[in-house]
Design a protein around this ligand. Structure first.
Ligand SMILES: Nc1nc2c(c(=O)[nH]1)N[C@H]1C(S)=C(S)[C@@H](COP(=O)(O)OP(=O)(O)OC[C@H]3O[C@@H](n4cnc5c(=O)[nH]c(N)nc54)[C@H](O)[C@@H]3O)O[C@H]1N2
Ligand SMILES: Nc1nc2c(c(=O)[nH]1)N[C@H]1C(S)=C(S)[C@@H](COP(=O)(O)OP(=O)(O)OC[C@H]3O[C@@H](n4cnc5c(=O)[nH]c(N)nc54)[C@H](O)[C@@H]3O)O[C@H]1N2
Ligand SMILES: [Mo]
Length: 760
């Protein structure tokens, strides 16, 4: 299996390389923001739109899920949030003429960058069997086609309903209700590829799959450990919180195979002093080998246990379970093995320990660097052990902080987008709507691909996202998708998934966050939940990209009426007419949302959802306590002559949406097909900086996967490790390479060999 750069792309991928930078944000960030925004939106629309991001009467930034904070700056946005807004609020349009000029076979030769650059989709489009191209279709006919295919299935479980994390609470609630009324729990979502490992680890250990800290906690912490996360690019507003914590005296340890510019130094664009000098953020940089984190935290835990008075014994006695078993496992931790697993020096770990012991309030933040490995769940459970030992959960300034990705990914899960819903949730749903939801589990992302591949799923519906672009094993996944009877994509912009269709295919264009949403009862707003469990409203203020768009709630409501017909007693029409009626139902089904509409009206800034460990040190686990766990320590072992590849984001992308070809902080310009390798490793492999290689992934079953034509960049990553951008490298990630328990694709630990490119 092999992949090459897309053939139909007029833009040349020709990376230029300069030394990486040591500071993030500052003036270059503002210049870059305005350039991209003006290209997409023009000057007036740029001003009008960017002033509304994350304001109390504005829309929620479609970028990341970082919370807003109470005192909002006039420009409460960051460079990458602004790019996400410009991408959506663009004035470019993809009309039926575009589809007439570009048959599906042509779209399939284009890069994701090119597809995204074409603009907002304006009309519902349909590709009939054998037609080879999309043609305009009426909304009515589109829903009829969906109904034809769904009602023809032998079982509701032959349908899959995917959700990406931009979907509002209201649309997500309707989608899961429709799926269950139709009869399936096949509700995979982007979370399956993202923080599922965090959810699995936290639910087992503290009884809730969400983070336990607020922004205020970050500001009060003594020590913040940022592990496996690149906030300078992916959560830029988090840097302001880290800066504030530092000013109040906090220390920061970053744990990462790469020195990331944002964590080194932050030039706060909101303050004049920040713009010039910036603040150093990281006090200790632990340049860990990929996948070494569980070993690191296990040894730190052993060292804490060995230090007199270091364990919070009252907390352990009153609130935890499994301590003896855990201490026995921790005793076995071994310096030599830890140094081998982490690639760190003994003195570095000892320094980290001193900082840990000096801190009364510790927070650990993490993202994809911890969640996308085979042993991610035990790794995150070890982080929980680490925090429990010193009572760092349910205390101000302390706790777990999994930093979410998509702006409403956490809310979608709260609304019931989950293939393994709890019985309590389904009971409440059934009671409210008089339905009988299926109780057996549905497909997650990987199982959905397997089901499509094996002919067990036949209809694929996506509420946003770019399923074939974001998922692993691109060639397997694309072949699987082509076997579907019908593929349906509710989308704002074109992406790879529109070019890889089932026998019949629909594109349903929808409103984005920035678009004004007017229904029969008047102007609507929707709600979202951020990474810290705060729920608030989001109101678009721009005229919609086209008069033919429907909102996401309207699309689900009309699909439900077409598919379920008279058999459904659910008031789908009312839901479409007035979203407040959806929120009234959410209030009765989802815990923490009572008086939903009234509370939003009382405080436009929104409200915080309850979190038992944070609020009252209550742990709703099987044991009724916070659970210590004692999994064996694992770390990847790499055969001679191979490297461990992580697939990550550049500065100019939002997942599969490519904004541009630069990765400014890492010094890479004008191209994305690069592989970052330590200079000593590169020399050992005989690879000069600038050489071109194929990346060949070797999976345990003997199969090989190849991505061709990557420029080698000598880069200060940890020894034995390499890094390249996703989604180009998804072709290398085997479908079966997933995390134990969470089933998240292990896209941060792919064993590869580098072969001189024949094309070079
Ligand atoms: N601008 C922008 N913002 C985004 C996104 C985007 O694409 N663009 N995506 C959004 C989404 S959905 C998400 S989930 C988040 C993702 O946010 P991140 O998780 O920050 O994204 P990645 O680029 O995948 O970066 C992973 C980081 O983990 C490090 N890492 C890799 N392997 C390991 C390891 O084994 N151990 C440790 N300690 N570190 C490791 C990498 O070097 C890198 O710094 O960002 C969200 N925000
Ligand atoms: N190798 C590798 N693979 C990964 C990752 C990795 O680090 N490495 N990261 C994983 C992670 S963390 C995630 S979250 C997934 C992301 O997976 P997805 O969420 O599926 O992918 P995105 O690229 O975010 O989806 C972008 C598309 O969403 C649509 N869209 C944008 N806004 C809206 C909207 O408001 N409504 C609707 N209906 N559609 C909209 C647009 O058409 C756009 O093209 O990828 C995962 N895949
Ligand atoms: Mo994500």
């Amino acid at each position: 299996m092999a992949s090459k750069p897309p053939a139909g792309d007029p833009v040349q991928d020709a990376p230029q390389v300069a030394p990486p930078q040591h500071a993030a944000a500052g003036l270059p960030a503002i210049g870059h923001t305005l350039k991209i925004s003006h290209q997409q939106m023009g000057v007036r629309r740029t001003a009008r739109t960017l002033l509304k991001v994350n304001q109390k009467d504005g829309f929620d930034c479609p970028g990341c899920a970082w919370p807003e904070g109470d005192k909002r700056h006039i420009a409460e946005f960051c460079e990458n949030g602004a790019k996400a807004v410009a991408e959506e609020a663009t004035l470019r349009r993809v009309t039926p003429d575009f589809f007439a000029a570009h048959p599906i076979a042509d779209l399939a030769t284009r890069s994701g960058y090119w597809l995204g650059q074409q603009g907002r989709i304006t009309h519902p489009m349909y590709a009939a069997e054998g037609a080879g191209r999309y043609e305009p279709v009426s909304w009515e006919r589109a829903f009829e086609i969906i109904a034809e295919e769904l009602t023809a299935l032998a079982s509701p479980d032959e349908a899959v309903f995917y959700t990406s994390g931009r979907t509002s609470n209201e649309a997500a609630f309707l989608l899961q209700l429709f799926a269950r009324e139709f009869g399936t729990n096949n509700l995979p979502d982007c979370s399956n590829m993202c923080h599922e490992s965090s959810g699995s680890a936290l639910t087992e250990t503290i009884g809730i799959g969400k983070g336990s800290v607020s922004l205020e906690d970050l500001h009060q912490a003594d020590l913040i450990i940022v592990a496996g996360q690149n906030p300078g690019t992916n959560h830029p507003r988090m840097l302001s919180a880290l800066e504030k914590a530092k000013t109040a005296g906090a220390k920061i340890i970053s744990v990462n195979p790469l020195p990331e510019a944002g964590l080194e130094r932050f030039k706060n664009p909101q303050t004049p002093q920040g713009m010039l000098k910036g603040a150093a953020l990281t006090d200790l940089f632990l340049q860990i080998r990929i996948g070494g984190d569980q070993a690191l935290f296990r040894l730190l835990n052993k060292l804490i246990l060995q230090t007199d008075g270091a364990v919070d014994e009252d907390f352990v006695r009153e609130h935890t379970h499994g301590y003896e078993e855990f201490t026995a496992a921790a005793e076995a931790a071994d310096w030599d093995e830890t140094l081998a697993a982490t690639g760190l020096e003994r003195a570095e770990i000892e320094r980290a320990l001193r900082m840990v012991l000096a801190s009364k309030r510790t927070i650990v933040c993490w993202a994809m660097g911890l969640t996308q490995h085979k042993h991610s769940v035990p790794t995150i459970r070890e982080v929980v052990n680490f925090l429990l030992l010193r009572g760092n959960i349910g205390r101000p300034g302390a706790g777990v902080c999994p930093v979410r990705g998509h702006s409403n990914v956490q809310g979608d899960r709260t609304m019931g987008i989950f293939e393994r819903p709890s019985a309590a949730f389904l009971d409440a749903l059934d009671k409210e709507f008089g339905i009988t939801s299926p109780r057996h589990h549905g497909f997650d992302v990987v199982r959905a691909i397997q089901a499509l591949r094996d002919g067990k799923a036949k209809v694929f519906f996506a509420m946003g996202g770019n399923f074939v672009g974001a998922t692993p094993d691109t060639e397997v996944t694309e072949a699987a998708m082509r076997r579907a009877r019908l593929t349906v994509h509710v989308s704002t912009k074109l992406n790879r998934s529109h070019a890889v269709t089932g026998t019949r295919a629909l594109i349903l264009p929808t409103l984005g966050r920035t678009d004004k949403d007017v229904q029969k009862s008047g102007k609507q707003f929707v709600t979202v939940e951020d990474s810290m469990g705060l729920v608030h409203a989001s109101r678009g203020n721009l005229p919609p990209a086209s008069p033919h768009l429907l909102s996401e709630p309207a699309i689900v409501a009309r699909m439900a009426r077409a598919v379920l017909g008279e058999a459904s007693a659910t008031p789908w029409e009312d839901f479409e007419k007035d979203y407040a009626t959806i929120r009234d139902r959410i209030a009765r089904v989802v815990p923490g949302f009572q008086d939903f509409n009234a509370r939003l009206a009382a405080d436009p800034a929104g409200f915080a959802l309850p979190h038992a460990p944070r609020d009252e040190r209550r742990f709703l686990t099987r044991t009724g306590k916070a659970n210590f766990t004692a999994a064996p320590v694992e770390y990847p072992t790499v055969p001679e002559g191979r490297l461990l590849l992580q697939t990550l984001r550049s500065h100019d992308q939002y997942n599969t949406t490519i904004y541009g070809l630069d990765d400014r902080y890492r010094g890479i310009k004008g191209g994305r097909r690069v592989v970052l390798v330590h200079p000593d490793d590169a020399r050992e492999h005989g690879l000069a900086d600038g050489a071109y290689v194929d990346l060949v992934s070797e999976w345990t079953d003997g199969t090989e996967r190849r991505a061709a034509g990557f420029r080698v960049v000598h880069y200060p990553t940890a020894r034995g490790c390499a890094a390249a951008y996703y989604p180009e490298t998804n072709v290398l990630v085997p479908l079966d390479a997933t995390a134990d328990i969470s089933n998240t694709p292990a896209s941060k630990s792919v064993i590869v060999r580098l072969e001189q490119s024949p094309s070079a």
